[in-house]
Every structure is written in C-alpha cells, then in structure tokens.
Design a protein around this ligand. Structure first.
Ligand SMILES: CC(=O)SCCNC(=O)CCNC(=O)[C@H](O)C(C)(C)COP(=O)(O)OP(=O)(O)OC[C@H]1O[C@@H](n2cnc3c(N)ncnc32)[C@H](O)[C@@H]1OP(=O)(O)O
Length: 128
C-alpha cells in the first residue's frame, strides 16, 4: 500500500506536443483556448491517475499566460497534485516551451484545476 506522498509523486503527468499550425492563432502563437483544453486534459489525467476514481472538473482557478508560445516550438504540460480535500483535489498545471533546435526551455503558462470524485449516481465520494 503506497503512501499519499508516493501516490502524489506517481500521479505527476507529463505530455509533450508540437505546436503545429492547426493549434495556432493569427499571431502564429498557440491559441489560448487550445492551451486551456490541453491543461484540463493533463489535469484530468493527473487526478485520475492519483485517485483511480471517476473525477469531473468542478472549477478552474486563475490561469496566467505569462509568455506567448510560438508556432514551431515544443511544449511540455506538467500536471502535479497540489492539495487533497475530502471529495476533491487540486491539480497544478504548468506549460513549458522548448525550442526544437536548442536546449532553451522556459515556463509559459500556469493554472489550477479542481476535480471531484463521483459515484455512478454522479454524487461526490471520497477522493481517497
Ligand atoms: C472530465 C470532464 O470533462 S468533467 C465535465 C465538466 N464538469 C462537470 O460536468 C461537473 C459538473 N458539476 C457537478 O456535477 C457537481 O458540481 C459536482 C458533482 C462536481 C459537485 O457537486 P456538489 O453538490 O457541488 O458538491 P459539494 O458541494 O458536495 O462539493 C464537493 C467538493 O467540491 C468542492 N467544490 C465544489 N464547488 C467548487 C468550486 N466551484 N471550486 C472549488 N471546489 C469546489 C467542495 O469544496 C467539495 O470539496 P471537499 O469535499 O474536498 O471539501
């Protein structure tokens, strides 16, 4: 039986994407709505891998777009369990930009998402 700390560490989820033209806007940067969709997805996977229960997004907290993400770069999304409640938990999601042809890497976007564990009747149940 693993400890909470081991479950938190084991749930950390990383997804890489190439910023191809079908994900960019007319400024040739990653469309913000696409970024938020990817963030919700990695947060969902993180919450599911932690709890191994059905979870739904109940809230997305502040999302900071600190740097624009140019087309033709790579991005890494990292989901980390930030806190655990009774039926809910919070996931921190960070997006890092990596240039394709150098080792340059920087953080671009951060946000938090709250998930609630639910049963087959869609009612909240213990997250643990
Ligand atoms: C993966 C997906 O695509 S999911 C699709 C999008 N999401 C949805 O459709 C979810 C729709 N929402 C719902 O079904 C309901 O609101 C539920 C089941 C999530 C929660 O039901 P509620 O009756 O509001 O739950 P309740 O008030 O008991 O709160 C449950 C937990 O959520 C937390 N919570 C509720 N609302 C919020 C909120 N706006 N922000 C943060 N936490 C919240 C509560 O603090 C509580 O946490 P705790 O048990 O850890 O202390």
């Amino acid at each position: 039986m693993s400890t909470i700390e081991e479950r938190i560490a084991g749930a950390e989820t990383r997804i890489f994407k190439a910023v191809f033209p079908n994900t960019t806007n007319h400024y040739d940067t990653l469309f913000g709505g696409t970024a938020m969709q990817l963030m919700d997805e990695v947060a969902f996977i993180t919450a599911t891998r932690f709890s191994r229960k059905k979870v739904v997004t109940v809230s997305s907290d502040r999302i900071d777009f600190n740097k624009s993400i140019a087309g033709g770069t790579l991005i890494e999304l990292v989901g980390t369990i930030k806190s655990i409640g009774n039926t809910s938990l919070k996931v921190l999601v960070e997006i890092f930009i990596e240039e394709m042809y150098s080792d340059t890497r920087e953080k671009a976007i951060t946000g938090e998402f709250t998930f609630v564990a639910i049963n087959d009747q869609k009612k909240p149940i213990s997250i643990l």
